[in-house]
Design a binder for this molecule. Structure first.
Ligand code: ARG
Length: 572
């Protein structure tokens, strides 16, 4: 049970008695005491009475004796609440004994589809795909830990007109040569070469067009070549996921092609519902509420004038499949903010068609761009878009060099292991530690720094605690009683008790910067505690209590970082 809620539950009846109706006590952390309630001020205006008198009356009525050691009226009418050491100790002691750290499995699990990563076949993954992969994976991990049934959907771009030219290019190269090129991860070169031929060679263009028709018509030979392209790209993407410690596997590839057979029936259903309209030869839905700058309704093109189905059609079919067939009630789309309009329209159209009816709901979990040091879109030195593997390689290389520098005693294997955990962790954390809707600047120095709100700082705090236990020569006891007394101990205890509250909020908002920020506050509080409160030099119950606080801190940091997809090495 979290403290805000405990205090709120005790204050609410007192406020209600004074106000003659329900009042939210507005309890929050305070600079002057542990918590404060500000509700008397607003209430005073409503009742036309002095706020201090109201606060005083609430203070007299509220049953807080077991929870608070002091309740004071201060300033214009705040209620300052000091939590009793015993009550705080009881809450922390309960967390120590709880393998789930105070985060219960939800009582009403639901089926959640997390649509994330979604790179395109025979094209390099770029930093936008990195953000989707990192944020989406954190969402999948978090919701799974809460007890939901999470279905990962990697909406691979594996269908559509470009595949005509890609297959023809593959035929030109020969299967063996193409496979070789693709398995090296040289996807951009492959795509560009195909594109150049398509633009410059009329005969190639004709062959490509025929190929698309053959592909969509199900021609077996064409399908086999297409499969080859897809499989090679999938293998390459899987190596990137593996390097990134991302939980996506081969079974999660649900490319656009997998909805191909549902497109016609989706279109027919829209037609039956009277939602389709012809516009410039295309079949469109005009979702309610979607209008352009000129005030004209905007079309969602379901079937293009050439008879082909595009991106919106696939998304409609996929959504219908997710709610209708998979029975999902929460649909997450972790895709960059430039696609906001697309998803608004898809969701609105699906709602009109009855495919997205409560309790089912869809959320576009949008995010901003990664910028270079110059504040512009991240570019490689050659001016092209940055290859994701190059970026990850650089992170690992830099982190390995730093690890060796800080700890010359590290063996090669260990330095590589630490470098990987820290380098990849730093990249992922930088992506998750800021409001995802905002752009952020990729700053190597800052994200690899051991100070500040960074992965290395948290990983360091974790490894430091693990080293305490190596020196103690024993693990903490799960039945240890914690009695926080010193201010630094109390401050740490408050942060640890706050973990479940943050996890709960982030499971709803998917604003991972709140989880990251919380872990950072835990680590900062730990560091102050460790500076001021001897652990191994204490004895008896004090030592037991402090060791239990250390262990709980490591478990919260470890679990929190796990949810963000970041490893916690035992030694840095
Ligand atoms: N392949 C798309 C892209 O690279 C992302 C797919 C996002 N998911 C979806 N259901 N539309 O932009």
């Amino acid at each position: 049970m979290d403290l805000e809620k405990l205090l709120t539950d005790r204050l609410a009846p007192a406020f209600a008695a004074v106000a003659g109706g329900p009042v939210d006590p507005v309890v929050r952390r305070s600079q002057h005491a542990d918590f404060q309630s500000d509700a008397a001020l607003a209430l005073a205006r409503r009742l036309g009475r002095p706020p201090r008198a109201i606060a005083e009356e609430v203070r007299a009525r509220a049953e807080l004796a077991d929870l608070c050691s002091a309740v004071e009226v201060s300033g214009p009418g705040f209620l300052n609440l000091t939590v009793a050491d015993r009550a705080l100790g009881g809450l922390v002691t309960a967390l120590v004994a709880d393998p789930r750290l105070g985060v219960p499995v939800v009582a009403d699990p639901e089926t959640v589809v997390v649509d994330y990563s979604g790179p395109n076949v025979a094209k390099e993954m770029h930093v936008g795909h990195l953000r989707s992969t990192v944020i989406g994976d954190a969402a999948a991990r978090l919701l799974e830990w809460r007890g939901h049934r999470v279905l990962r959907a990697n909406h691979l771009g594996d269908w559509g007109t470009p595949f005509g030219m890609l297959i023809e290019h593959l035929v030109d190269l020969g299967e063996a040569g193409a496979a070789q090129e693709l398995s090296m991860g040289d996807l951009d070169a492959f795509y560009k070469a195909a594109r150049e031929k398509f633009d410059g060679d009329a005969a190639f263009r004709d062959r490509s067009r025929l190929r698309v028709v053959a592909l969509q018509g199900g021609d077996p030979a064409t399908r086999r070549l297409w499969r080859l392209l897809v499989t090679q790209s999938e293998s390459y993407f899987l190596t990137v996921y593996d390097l990134l410690d991302v939980t996506l596997s081969r079974a999660d590839f649900q490319g656009e092609s997998s909805y191909h057979d549902l497109l016609a029936s989706t279109l027919a259903e829209l037609d039956r519902l009277g939602l389709l309209r012809r516009s410039d030869g295309a079949d469109c839905v005009f979702p309610a509420g979607s209008v352009g700058r000129d005030g004209e309704p905007l079309p969602l093109i379901v079937r293009k004038s050439d008879g082909g189905y595009g991106y919106p059609a696939t998304d409609l079919a996929a959504l219908r499949h997710r709610t209708g067939t998979l029975g999902a009630t929460r649909l997450l789309y972790v895709v960059g903010l430039p696609q906001r309009r697309h998803f608004e329209m898809v969701f609105a159209a699906a709602a009109q068609a009855g495919w997205l009816a409560p309790p089912a709901r869809a959320e576009h979990v949008g995010f901003g761009s990664i910028l270079g040091p110059d504040g512009r879109m991240l570019r490689s030195r050659a001016g092209g878009s940055v290859k994701l593997v190059d970026l990850l390689g650089e992170a690992v290389e830099r982190a390995t060099a730093l690890a060796r520098e800080r700890n010359p005693g590290l063996g090669d294997a260990e330095a590589a292991e630490v470098g990987r955990a820290v380098g990849i962790g730093a990249i992922k954390y930088a992506d998750l530690a800021g409001d995802r809707r905002k752009d952020y600047v990729l700053d190597w120095e800052r994200m690899l720094s051991l100070d500040g709100n960074t992965a290395p700082y948290l990983q360091y705090a974790y490894s430091r605690i693990r080293s305490i236990f190596r020196r103690a020569g024993a693990a903490a006891r799960p039945d240890a009683a914690v009695s926080p007394v010193e201010p630094a101990e109390r401050a740490l205890a408050f942060e640890l008790v706050g973990f479940p509250v943050v996890v709960d909020a982030v499971a709803g908002s998917l604003e991972f910067h709140h989880l990251a920020g919380h872990l950072h506050r835990v680590a900062v509080a730990f560091s102050a505690f460790y500076e001021r409160c001897p652990v191994l030099r204490a004895d008896g119950p004090v030592r037991e209590s402090r060791l239990a606080l250390c262990d709980l801190t490591a478990r919260v940091l470890g679990q929190g970082l796990f949810l963000l997809g970041i490893r916690t090495p035992e030694r840095l």
